[in-house]
Design a protein around this ligand. Sequence first.
Ligand SMILES: [Zn+2]
Length: 315
Amino acid sequence: MIFAGVDVGGTNIKIGLVDESGKIIISSSFKTGSERPFEEVAEDIIVNLHALCSKAEVNFKQLGGIGIGIPGTVDTAKGKVVAAANIGWYDVDIADYLSSATGLKCVAGNDANCAALGEYKYANTKGYRNIVFITLGTGIGSGIIIDGKLFSGMGSAGAEAGHLILVYDGEPCNCGNKGCWERYASATALINQTRKAAEEAPNSILGRLVASEEKINGKTPFIAKEKGCPVASQVIEQYLHYIGAGLISLSNILHPEAFVIGGGISHEGEYIFQPIQAQLDEYLEKSGFLPHIDVVKASLGNSAGLLGAASLVMQ
Ligand SMILES: [Zn+2]
């Protein structure tokens, strides 16, 4: 049987047809256009899914269902988007809407939870049963799999590791609180830390690189570090400590077998994984009895959300 997966982002919506083994048969993407009422976005999703089905010669009516990941708080049991600030959806019955418009089963979930499911089901070569998936992007998304099942708390409102408090009374966060982990360890935070360090050391390699580039991104400090810049090394070292500190807190609550890290920053590879793993190992080994936790790179990239969303309707 074939299932549709939909991954709604602030800028683009990715859609795809997926088989039971997690193979993406065909996929495409289009602009979210989140300034429009949600009904228009939902209609766009349906039209694009029909187009995808025709292209792949799949009978739309025979799809096993539509799974949809949304960037926000989604009550999966009710199929309702409680709040998705990035796309302006509040109290939206998305699952009902799609299912009455198409006659297909529809299940909605949080995008990071979907990505966690995708990684767990389709990229989990070591067969972990307990993972915490973390994506370092604009904010920090997270998904928790306990004993093979997604854990998301009452009303699916939990598993938001990005908002655990790292610095009491620290930097203000969009959630209304202060000092949240994502204010220090997201890609956005790294960019801010890079900008600040460059301003403070304008003659460093990093300072000159930032001055010459139109846009700083998560790669900028790594490029400067490659060129031997001590200021950039310091920025990265501090940033990785922020990531590691959050993982240590999570290890104390959940002690998963692995932290699976995704998002653009994860492409920096050993530059980031080796120091984070070392920081976590040092902490765990100090106790003398806490079991080792792997820190591994997410491997499905952009497809994790789509695959995980499709898997929501496979039960
Ligand atoms: Zn927050």
